[in-house]
Design a protein around this ligand. Structure first.
Ligand SMILES: NC(=O)c1ccc[n+]([C@@H]2O[C@H](COP(=O)([O-])OP(=O)(O)OC[C@H]3O[C@@H](n4cnc5c(N)ncnc54)[C@H](O)[C@@H]3O)[C@@H](O)[C@H]2O)c1
Ligand SMILES: [Zn+2]
Length: 375
């Protein structure tokens, strides 16, 4: 039986991957430090499949990591600190876990005896910064990061939108392809970019097949509803469950690409099993932009509660206006197409959330961001 090691396998996406791999006949080892922010209970989460071998360990612990690496055939490297806003002030920690942790993994692959046949690394759409845009007069461009004063309160849409650097007109957002410049605007995004580059480079130098998957906004069951630093859908649900309005930055018309976790898992299995994926990087998204305001409205409608989203017209420094995936590469090379619609996904997410306790910690995070002058 082929053995797959998943670093960060006790987390949201990793745990779903465990289920799929076990179903497909692989043996699975999870290496995870049960980071307190993700697993406040401090135990192996109940949702984690009982048929995995669980090893509690930190990717920063070289010798412990080496033990699990040397016994595996394939690796999914998912362990990361994942809060975008938090990374802007916990710089040392984010660089340590995400970059130094990845450095350990690669150092082991280069300097130890092992039989790893493929490494797949979870990269992120956040590394693009702003998504691509098109000016009707001047053509396609990759926008620079916006520089908007904090706490502006301006309601006009034009104020928030991406402008053409040549003529100043408002530009349309278009799908972002893998060849686009990675112009990261958070420490998290920079570390994800480095993880990808480091893995692909070492793969190329030493002939180890490596695949980098740039996940867009993944959502689904087991997302931590009490971790206020992660996915926006989960944060909104925890507000709604606590009868509080979802809080929206800017005018709410900024867009993202939301992909259901089962689709992401299919992309991971394809990347593992298809040799055409080797030494490549792929977007994993739906190619369909959805506004943040629509996410909030959708969830509120489905919940049946009489709540209205709170649109703040405030800028959170570093936030991207629009980014959604150009999905052509992964479709062409791996035959991957997402199947879950946004409406079906949101309904499923809400249904699942009924069975989970969601502590609303949003306000304390806002206070923290305000203190650091990030909103
Ligand atoms: N969820 C998304 O929308 C999304 C988007 C883009 C990329 N990603 C990437 O996908 C991967 C999985 O994300 P997720 O949403 O499942 O996050 P998650 O926080 O649910 O899971 C991450 C897991 O890593 C573990 N971990 C953290 N630090 C560790 C360390 N030092 N050593 C060992 N384990 C550690 C945590 O305990 C957790 O179980 C991450 O690399 C993330 O950057 C996620
Ligand atoms: Zn123009």
């Amino acid at each position: 039986m082929k053995k797959v090691l998943i670093t960060g396998g006790a987390g949201f996406i990793g745990s779903h991957l465990c289920d799929a791999l076990l179903e497909n006949g692989y043996g699975v080892v999870v290496f995870d430090n049960l980071d307190q922010q993700v697993h406040p209970e401090g135990n192996i989460p109940e949702y984690l499949n009982r048929n995995v071998d669980f090893v509690k360990g930190d990717v920063r612990d070289y010798s412990k990591l080496k033990e699990v690496v040397c016994n595996a055939d394939f690796i999914f490297h998912f362990a990361s600190a994942v809060g975008v806003g938090q990374s802007q002030y916990q710089i040392s920690k984010y660089v340590d876990v995400n970059i130094c942790g990845t450095a350990n993994l690669l150092d082991i692959l280069v300097n130890s005896r092992h039989h790893i046949k493929k490494l797949i690394v979870a990269a992120s759409m956040s590394s693009y910064g702003e998504g691509k845009a098109r000016c009707k007069k001047c053509g396609i461009f990759k926008p620079a990061l916006r520089n908007i004063p904090e706490g502006t309160g301006v309601k006009e849409k034009e104020y928030w939108e991406i402008k053409c650097p040549l003529c100043g007109d408002i530009a349309d957002s278009i799908p972002t392809d893998e060849g686009s410049l990675l112009d990261s605007n958070s420490i998290y995004a920079i570390t994800k970019k480095e993880q990808e580059e480091m893995c692909l480079l070492i793969g190329k130098l030493y002939g180890i097949p490596v695949v980098s998957l740039r996940f867009f906004n993944v959502y689904g069951p087991r997302q931590s509803l009490s971790n206020p630093y992660t996915g926006v859908a989960a944060i909104f649900i925890s507000r709604i469950k606590n009868n509080k309005p979802p809080v929206i930055f800017e005018d709410g018309l900024q867009t993202r690409d939301f992909i259901w976790v089962d689709d992401v898992i299919r992309a991971n299995i394809l990347a593992l099993e298809n040799e055409k994926a080797n030494q490549q990087y792929f977007n994993v998204g739906t190619g369909k932009p959805v506004s943040i305001l629509d996410v909030a409205k959708n969830l509120i409608n489905l919940s049946g509660k009489k709540i209205h989203p709170l649109v703040t017209y405030r800028f959170r420094k570093g936030d991207v206006r629009h980014c959604y995936a150009d999905t052509r590469k992964i479709e062409k090379v791996l035959g991957f197409k997402p199947t879950f619609s946004f409406e079906r996904g949101m309904l499923n997410l809400l249904k699942w959330s009924d069975s989970v306790i969601a502590e609303d910690r949003f306000i304390s995070v806002m206070e923290e961001l305000k203190k650091k002058k990030l909103v």
